[in-house]
Design a protein around this ligand. Structure first.
Ligand SMILES: NC(=O)c1ccc[n+]([C@@H]2O[C@H](COP(=O)([O-])OP(=O)(O)OC[C@H]3O[C@@H](n4cnc5c(N)ncnc54)[C@H](OP(=O)(O)O)[C@@H]3O)[C@@H](O)[C@H]2O)c1
Length: 277
């Protein structure tokens, strides 16, 4: 299965599987089993964060899987708590320890916290992890254009990715155009809308789903893939984990892509990065 998942080239020179699995709100008590099951099904990309409190369990699942570390792509994120204290090196080393690995494939600043005013300083320390090969790629999350411009004016390394809220109801067109221009890949969090809207109550999605013999969730994930976005939907159940992998045997037409693009409301459903501080 893993060979069906396209890989996206990052500006770091490394590649990321375009589909992975996220573990936000996966209970630490069930994370190891959840990730082991995902790895068994063919997922090779795991998105975690210090703030999810399950890095240790992700690390245990990796070990238990018996897969070679270089077959996997592991992302974790620098937490807001550590951002406030400014202990960047300490936080990074603790993540490596919890993940039981001597490197991560991608390390992200979880939120810019613009009112705190520390993300440039934090990024300069991220650059050291990158140069040391302890983070094969470094990136940001929830960054707005003005945050990225401030970073570009002060940094040596361009972020490999920006991980942001992105789904059919909030498509981030302006931000995505900017990211494409400066060579930063887009990662979607909440690719299915985090349950904030009912997938089977949007006629465009149900019609397209019926036409392909797929579910609305699979249509949304396929749309992300064809838009070039990197995704890692969270799935607790075996059924959802399997369904989310089963999106490489059909293709949305240009008309279908256009119809889904028309669902954009321009309004976020979750937290505003300007207000998370
Ligand atoms: N950087 C950030 O600030 C940030 C913020 C939020 C999330 N993230 C990352 O993005 C990942 C994904 O986002 P998310 O977990 O918030 O939301 P999501 O992936 O959009 O939605 C997850 C929800 O969709 C359900 N689901 C999964 N597959 C489905 C399917 N095939 N059909 C119907 N429902 C399905 C899940 O149910 P079950 O669990 O019951 O299967 C769960 O309730 C996170 O896990 C995390 O890694 C990052």
């Amino acid at each position: 299965m893993s060979e069906l998942i396209p890989r996206v080239a990052l500006n770091s020179g490394t590649e990321i599987p375009q589909l992975g699995i996220g573990v936000f709100l996966v209970d630490p008590a069930t994370t190891q089993a959840n990730v082991e099951q995902a790895l068994e099904l063919g997922y090779r990309h795991i998105d975690t964060a210090t703030g999810y409190h399950n890095e240790t369990e992700v690390g245990k699942a990796i070990k238990a899987s018996g897969l070679a570390r270089d077959e996997l792509f592991i992302t974790t994120k620098f937490s807001n708590v550590d951002h406030r204290t400014g202990d960047v090196k300490g936080a990074f080393n603790r993540s490596l320890e919890m993940l039981d690995s001597d490197y991560v494939d991608l390390y992200l600043i979880h939120w810019p916290m613009p009112k705190l005013g520390k993300f440039v300083q934090t990024w300069l320390e991220f650059e050291e992890f990158y140069r040391a090969g302890q983070a094969k790629a470094i990136g940001v999350s929830n960054f707005m254009i003005e945050n990225l411009e401030q970073l570009a004016a002060n940094a040596t390394v361009t972020p490999a990715v920006n991980q942001v809220e992105l789904h059919p109801l909030f498509q981030q067109r302006e931000l995505r155009a900017y990211l494409a221009k400066v060579g930063i890949k887009v990662e979607a969090w909440g690719p299915l809308g985090q349950g904030r809207f009912k997938l089977d109550e949007i006629p465009t999605l149900t019609t397209v789903a019926q036409a392909h013999g797929k579910t609305p969730a699979q249509v949304i994930l396929r749309w992300h893939i064809q838009e070039g976005t990197v995704i890692f939907p969270k799935a607790n159940s075996l059924e959802h984990q399997k369904a989310n992998l089963d999106i490489f045997d059909f293709e949305l037409s240009e008309a279908e892509l256009t119809a889904i693009r028309a669902l954009d409301t321009g309004h976020r459903l979750a937290a505003d990065p300007a207000e998370v501080n």
